[in-house]
Design a protein around this ligand. Structure first.
Ligand SMILES: Nc1ncnc2c1ncn2[C@@H]1O[C@H](COP(=O)(O)OP(=O)(O)O)[C@@H](O)[C@H]1O
Ligand SMILES: [Mg+2]
Length: 390
């Protein structure tokens, strides 16, 4: 990775440009495309030059113009990794920086080696870029989102993961509801090994190490469970999470990320790293309004609509909201409709997803249809084509 040529553009905001330039790597595999000042200058340069990574060097203040630079750059070149280099990192600033498109951050000053490393990582992780290193597999990271608790995110994550495994895919599900994750319950897996154990194990992460901390469900789905107790959640840093996502994506055909409600820092980092999103909503006007807001936020983050699937859960509920209303409120129809049924509740209580325990149910059909979008073919629920994960 260290030998790949990296062409970096550096936008400087509120810092001394010479200080920043002196801190940049000076090895032959690093090329400084230019140093820009302000949004317009940065956007123009991005439009006219070949750039692998944008560094935004700034003070990290919440009223910083750097946020506008990140936003403008991200809209111009959504797939270009943007790294924030800031002299401080207050939470509010970081959240907003990630909101508008930053891929990573590092404190400034920073050694040349560290900076080189952060850039190499960001370039390696950049999704589907025309050049530069990429993971050998064309694997997908599907992040399952929903505006509030109880909409069916975990249900969708588990059933999608199992349906993909039924279709012969190698699948990992990651429970990012770090405090109250219940993927283990939904799949009937005891928390013998969790992400917390991985976090406190120390050392660097690779595919072998990840495999030591996943549990395997009978359907052949690997699972990286959320910590068993809420107080352990803080051990999982965004840095670790990013590493886990990169390693997982190179080891599996599909990585499904189940999330807590809302755009937490983990969720934002996962959205950034993902290839696809599933938005889960329910059939009531409050949930639909939030779904619409969620979709708008994703678009602001530069996420294209065609990479987002919409699941409407409890879609048969007779509550006076029609499917036409859904399209009118949300602005698009749902891709998949999951009916409300006691079988779903039973399957959750039994710890066995409906796609396995009740393959003929309408809910199972809906989740297989969702999986079918990703594998590009109908997923057959009758025959079990289980492939054990390595
Ligand atoms: N389609 C459905 N039919 C019946 N019950 C459902 C359905 N979807 C969800 N539920 C119930 O709601 C609970 C919460 O769903 P869950 O997937 O855990 O939501 P989230 O992860 O969004 O908080 C489930 O445990 C289940 O009992
Ligand atoms: Mg959940």
């Amino acid at each position: 990775m260290a030998d790949t040529l990296i062409r970096a553009l550096v936008a400087v905001e509120g810092l001394d440009a010479f200080d920043v330039q002196r801190a940049l790597p000076d090895d032959p595999h690093f090329e400084l495309v230019g140093i820009t000042d302000g949004v317009d200058d940065t956007v123009r340069t991005l439009q006219s030059r070949q750039v692998d990574v944008l560094l935004v060097a700034c003070q990290g203040r919440e009223d910083d113009r750097s946020l506008q630079i990140i936003d403008g750059a991200h809209r111009t070149t959504p797939e270009l990794p943007i790294i924030v280099l800031s002299t401080s990192s207050p939470n509010g600033f970081l959240r907003r920086a990630f909101d508008v498109g930053a891929a990573d951050m590092a404190l400034f000053p920073q050694t040349k080696e560290q900076l080189r490393f952060v850039m190499s990582k960001a370039v390696a992780r950049a999704p589907r870029r025309g050049s530069g290193p990429r993971s050998e597999r064309d694997s997908r990271l599907v992040c399952v989102l929903g505006p509030k608790g109880g909409t069916g995110k975990t249900l969708t994550s588990c059933n999608l993961a199992v349906a993909l495994a039924l279709a012969g895919q190698k699948v990992l599900i990651i429970d990012l509801d770090l405090q109250f994750g219940d993927v283990g319950l939904c799949l009937g897996l005891p928390p013998e090994k969790t992400m917390y154990d991985l976090a406190v194990s120390g050392g660097s992460l690779d595919e072998d190490k990840l495999s030591d901390y996943v549990m395997t469900h009978d359907a052949g789905v690997d699972v990286l469970l959320a910590p068993a107790r809420p107080d352990q959640a803080s051990a999982i840093t965004i840095e670790l999470l990013r590493d886990v996502l990169v390693v997982a994506r190179s080891a599996y055909d599909f990585v499904i990320a189940d999330t807590p409600p809302g755009f937490t820092a983990e969720v934002i980092a996962t959205i950034d790293a993902s290839s696809d999103l599933v938005m889960v909503g329910t059939l009531d006007s409050l949930s639909l309004k939030n779904t619409k807001l969620g979709l708008e936020t994703l678009e602001l983050m530069g996420y294209e609509r065609d990479r987002i699937r919409m699941v409407l859960n409890r879609a048969d509920t007779n509550v006076g909201v029609t499917h036409e209303d859904v399209t009118a409120i949300v602005g698009r129809p749902a891709d998949v409709l999951v009916p409300s049924h006691r079988d779903v509740v039973r399957s959750v209580n039994e710890g066995s997803p409906v796609v396995i325990s009740r393959p003929r149910s309408d809910a199972a059909k809906a989740f297989r249809a969702l999986a079918g979008f990703y594998v590009g073919a109908p997923v057959d629920g009758g025959r079990r084509k289980l492939r054990r994960n390595r």
